[in-house]
Design a protein around this ligand. Structure first.
Ligand code: IPE
Ligand code: IPE
Ligand code: MG
Length: 236
């Protein structure tokens, strides 16, 4: 018997294809990033409208620093602008912002903006928006292993006692359930260093649609597909 799944609690999105969207229209790549911000805003509204508990958006990876300097600078400036601009709407929608990623290396004005919005929205009880920014899955695991190693060295934990809960609790996503559904746009069939530990049993949904063209109806289609799937978690 096929049992319908409920609406997923946590959807994570690899927002990919901004550059190709722009190039395909004869525009500079940064024009694609501007459109990408609009698509991200629409996604937050849609996630809120259908009652998702957690939405994680992959905005900038640790590898994205390898891009040309002017693209990185523009991305940082875009983020700084948008974060302040979105605050009133996040407040009115009761959305809480959390950031996952390493704070080090992020330009100070961007960090200040992020910290401000995280602080202002901290008591909101609706959708939790997790922004993966300067995020790398392997860095996250390294940070967790180092934290656990320090606890072992301090005599607070025995190596044999280390459980999945200890590792999960040492990740940036401490306290947040693993994603039920991972969406990737732009046709790439890879994970690109995203949430490596957390996606062990996440359902994957890939589309060739480029991120700036991805709208609420695409999210609803992904969720409807998810609801028709049978999750077995290794069982029968
Ligand atoms: C995703 O779009 C946005 C970021 C990684 C910041 P891309 O910029 O990767 O677009 P493509 O993949 O080059 O088309
Ligand atoms: C993944 O996209 C990172 C984000 C969406 C922020 P990339 O465009 O960086 O991934 P690759 O390089 O195609 O794997
Ligand atoms: Mg890309």
């Amino acid at each position: 018997m096929v049992r319908a799944q409920p609406v997923p609690a946590h959807v994570a999105v690899i927002m990919d294809g901004n550059g190709r969207w722009a190039t395909g229209k004869g525009l500079p790549r940064v024009a694609g990033h501007r459109e990408g911000v609009k698509a991200a805003r629409a996604m937050v509204r849609a996630a809120d409208a259908i009652g998702l508990r957690f939405l994680t958006l992959y905005a900038f990876s640790t590898e994205n620093w390898n891009r040309p300097e002017d693209e990185v600078t523009t991305l940082m400036r875009l983020l700084e602008e948008s974060i302040y601009r979105e605050l009133p709407e996040l407040m009115s929608r009761n959305v809480r912002l959390r950031v996952i990623g390493r704070p080090t290396g992020v330009p100070l004005p961007v960090r200040r903006g992020i910290d401000h919005v995280v602080h202002e929205t901290r008591a909101n009880t609706g959708l939790t928006l997790l922004m993966a920014f300067n995020y790398g899955g392997r860095d996250e695991l390294l940070d967790a292993f180092r934290a656990l190693a320090r606890r072992v060295r301090a005599g607070d934990l025995e190596p044999e006692q280390i459980s999945e809960a200890h590792v999960g609790g040492a990740l940036y996503t401490d306290g947040i359930p693993d994603p039920d559904l991972l969406i990737r746009t732009s046709g790439e069939m890879r994970i690109s260093n995203f949430l490596l530990w957390q996606i062990a049993y996440t359902e994957l949904w890939m589309t060739t649609t480029l991120w700036p063209d991805f709208g609420p109806s695409d999210l609803y289609r992904a969720i409807a597909d998810f609801q028709r799937r049978t999750r077995r978690f290794g069982g029968v």
